[in-house]
Write a protein that binds this ligand. Structure first.
Ligand code: ADP
Ligand code: ASP
Ligand code: MG
Length: 815
């Protein structure tokens, strides 16, 4: 004999019921099957809402009732041949009429007692079990029905009654001794007191009904059929990467279910554990999936953590005061008060100073608990020995569960550092002496992130998910997205980095997709987005609160650079090729670096100098390893290098600058390059990263440009001015020729002073042969004294800049 229980979704409609019936039919060949069913999906909630509305004088309970009636009649009509329907339809209508009378009663009296509530809630299972039993007889003629209220007897604690196992086990065995039906259908969740009044076993209690029956009959197995492939490593609705657990012990399953794994109602384990009956959790919609096998065996597994769970809607209550230190009996009084009011305590911590006790309870018990505790400690509060209790609502408990955790060191350290790194603030911590469970109380808004980062850390073979929010999709941005698209698979397989672009924005539009934007057609998708708005972009990222969030700035926009602070403060990393922030006032630069450390949010800007060349990273490593940068000489403008390498007697200065723009080697406003500002910003950033304090106006900028050119206000006027001053540029060129030198725009830092300007570079200088748009940097340090450390390579262009941004993102992935 076997007991099979089918939950609400498994019997949500006629189609699902047919599926479940086919499972029962297969299993019933050769053995007796006891089928326990829940109410149709959502019906218990609807009954609860209808009864509350009625009791509050809200006539809308009638609409809900109509909906409930329709739902059941529709299913019946689909399961039963038309010629047999009429008697059954009127039976269902009679049940509904009875329900209506009860609801009308609540409405008229304006009251809903716990006892009446149980009777009203019992209609969900009464209706579903009747209809399913009738449907079952269509496909398994030798099947019958039994009302659980006649077998399962409880006390009169309405809402969650306690089972009288002595009477119940006897009644169950008596009934089944004389039962000759192959399949018996029974309602879950409902029971009756010894004097015959309806009771319920608590929300989610159909699992328990099935376990009570399984235990009493000592069957070989209890199967719980639901809508997921078993008990998962975390709630699969919240953690997409969660996996079914193949084997788990009773204790672990109990711990997981107590801590919120709704897939199994916590008391379910008790009746079967005593008899050593295994529980199998299966998916009605994927019967071939293995499911989860719960038994008394503790399986050896390389992972000591079995699952991660959480309980929502938690309130922390803290009772503290000097009057509690060393005074025995304070905690006894506290827990007595709570027990007297039937308030379930989920979580307890007490500091060894005994100065305070902190308990976690459900939000719904908070007001009652607060009043009761304050009343119980009234005298101490009046004498200032104890403070009125502190109540913090809307928290949540997360827990790591696993039988083998006690044999492993460092798990709690790993748990809390993972949460800390992701800026999840921990309000309280508890670890039972059994070490089967480590729990922490956190803010409700962080729960999704916390569960996901913990799951990633404990279950996902070190795969790290990075969530990118990209602003700016011009030349460089486009290349960047192309590169991600191309490398995605490689990164996942080889580097265990799962890179997802969650949002894109240009100056007109922005688009979000929490599951990751398809990069194949991102341009089209972006066009369908909402109107771009920097503040809303930030707010949405903040509200999504995804782990490892990275804001990628690929604009050259000052106002975007002013938003980094908000991102960093919310533990969102910033990767930018926009130089404005790091070249702004020194205090601002310092502040951003400090925020980055304080909030554990990387702030990376490798592409600010030399595009994709690893220049900043090198400086950082030099400084970190104790070296000191004494002097820097560099050609840092790929644009200016390109321009001076191509400017000769055949190509005018004007034409070469134009061409550099066309090829994407200059800033959108070429004055930023030609004025030397861009180079000054770059050397400034290198100086600061080397550990020196400097402001941009301390850098001497010896401009070679006529003032009139730099004063123009648009590109058209600027290019015109280059033509007007053609002779000026020509003379510079001629002078270089006569000195047998080449023109290079050089940045220099030495003895705490810096300058940038056009220089005549003689043949024997390392800068002389610098080709195309290349950059070169020479670092003279304590360790590199005579022969400088030299970095050289392409220093401008969309593809290399994009790859530099990409490298910063990967750096974050490797932290
Ligand atoms: P039923 O109606 O079949 O009793 P429930 O809704 O009570 O189903 O329980 C199944 C649901 O439990 C799943 O759909 C899932 O959302 C939720 N759940 C929460 N935690 C877990 C977990 N660790 N493993 C599996 N399911 C979980
Ligand atoms: N129908 C009841 C509920 O929703 C019992 C169950 O489904 O297990 O709580
Ligand atoms: Mg359930």
């Amino acid at each position: 004999m076997k007991v099979l229980k089918f939950g609400g979704t498994s019997v949500a409609n006629a189609q699902n019921i047919k599926l479940m019936m086919s499972i029962v039919k297969i299993q019933s060949q050769g053995q007796q099957i006891l089928v326990v069913v829940s109410a149709f999906s959502k019906v218990t909630d609807m009954l609860q809402l209808a009864s509350q509305k009625a009791a509050h004088g809200d006539e809308n309970y009638k609409t809900i009732l109509v909906e409930i009636e329709k739902k059941h009649l529709d299913v019946l009509k689909e399961l039963i041949p038309i010629q047999e329907q009429s008697g059954l339809l009127s039976h269902v209508k009679r049940i509904i009429n009875h329900l209506e009378t009860l609801l009308d009663g609540c409405y008229l009296l304006g009251e809903l007692s716990a006892r009446t509530s149980d009777t009203i809630l019992s209609f969900g299972e009464l209706l579903s079990s009747f209809i399913i039993s009738e449907g079952m007889q269509q496909i398994i003629p030798n099947s019958g029905y039994k009302d659980s209220r006649e077998l399962i007897k409880t006390n009169a604690d309405f809402g969650k009654a306690t089972v009288n196992f002595e009477v119940t086990n006897k009644l169950i065995n008596e009934f089944f001794e004389s039962n000759d039906k192959q399949v018996v259908v029974m309602p879950g969740f409902i029971a009756a007191s010894l004097d015959g009044i309806n009771t319920t076993l608590g929300r989610g209690g159909s699992d328990y009904t099935a376990a009570i029956l399984a235990g009493a009959l000592n069957v070989k197995e209890l199967e719980i059929w639901t809508d997921v492939n078993g008990m998962f490593t975390a709630n699969p609705k919240i953690v997409k990467q969660a996996k079914p657990i193949a084997y788990i012990s009773y204790q672990e399953a109990m711990e997981l279910s107590h801590f919120g794994a709704k897939v199994l109602y916590p008391p379910t384990i008790q009746p079967v554990l005593r008899k050593n009956i295994p529980i199998l959790i299966k998916n009605t919609f994927e019967p071939e999936a293995e499911g989860t096998y719960i038994s008394n065996q503790i399986t050896a597994s390389s992972n000591p953590v079995k699952g991660i769970t959480h309980i929502d809607a938690i309130t922390l209550i803290t009772l503290e005061g000097s009057g509690m230190i060393g005074v025995s009996g304070s905690s006894k009084r506290l827990f007595e008060v709570l027990s007297h009011h039937k308030i379930n305590v989920i979580f307890i911590t007490q500091a060894s100073s005994e100065h305070s006790i902190c308990i976690g309870i459900l939000n719904s018990d908070a007001a009652l608990a607060e009043n009761a505790i304050n009343a119980a400690f009234e005298i101490e509060i009046l004498q200032n020995k104890v403070n009125p209790c502190i109540v913090e609502q809307n928290l949540c408990i997360i827990a790591l569960v696993g039988e083998n955790m006690k044999n492993h060191q460092g798990l709690s350290g790993r748990m809390f550092s993972t949460l800390g790194k992701n800026n999840v603030n921990i309000r309280a911590i508890a670890q039972g002496a059994s070490e089967r469970n480590i729990s922490a109380v956190i803010n409700e808004r962080d729960v999704k992130k916390a569960l996901n980062v913990l799951h990633e850390n404990f279950f996902e073979e070190n795969t790290k998910q990075l969530n990118l929010f990209v602003m700016g999709v011009g030349n460089v941005g486009e290349k960047f997205i192309e590169q991600i698209h191309q490398q995605k698979k490689f990164l996942k397989e080889k580097l265990k980095i799962n890179l997802r672009v969650i949002a894109l924005s240009n100056s007109r539009k922005m688009y979000f997709d929490e599951d990751g934007i398809s990069l194949k057609d991102w341009k089209f998708v972006l066009e369908t987005g909402e109107e771009a708005n920097q503040n809303l972009f930030f707010e949405q990222i903040k509200n999504l609160n995804l782990r490892n969030s990275i804001f990628v700035d690929i604009t050259a926009n000052e106002s975007v650079s002013q938003t980094y602070e908000h991102y960093l403060k919310n533990n969102i990393a910033v990767v930018t090729c926009n130089k404005i922030a790091c070249a702004s006032g020194y205090e601002n630069y310092k502040k951003l670096k400090k925020l980055s450390r304080q909030y554990n949010a990387p702030f990376l800007f490798e592409t600010n100098v030399g595009a994709g060349l690893p220049i900043i990273d090198t400086v950082k490593n030099l400084v970190a390893s104790g070296d000191k940068v004494n002097k820097i000489q560099a050609v840092l403008s790929g644009s200016l290098n390109f321009i001076f390498n191509n400017f000769d007697e055949n190509n005018t200065f004007h034409d070469v600058v134009k061409e550099a723009g066309v090829q994407g080697f200059t800033e959108p406003d070429p004055k930023i390059d030609l004025s030397g500002i861009d180079v000054a910003r770059k050397i400034l950033i290198l100086i600061r990263e080397s550990g020196y304090k400097m402001e941009i106006d301390e850098i001497v900028n010896e401009s070679f440009m006529p003032a009139e050119c730099l004063e123009t206000t648009n590109n058209e006027a600027f290019f015109k001015s280059l033509q007007t001053h053609a002779a000026h540029f020509e003379s510079i060129y001629k002078e270089a020729l006569s000195k047998e030198s080449r023109l290079k725009y050089v940045a220099q830092f030495e003895d705490g002073k810096a300058n940038v300007g056009l220089r005549f570079i003689p043949k024997d200088h390392p800068f002389y042969n610098l080709e195309g748009k290349d950059n070169i940097v020479l670092f003279f340090t304590d360790r590199y004294v005579d022969q400088p450390l030299l970095i050289k390579g392409a220093g401008a262009g969309a593809a290399v800049t994009a790859s530099g941004i990409f490298a910063d993102v990967i750096r974050i992935g490797n932290i």
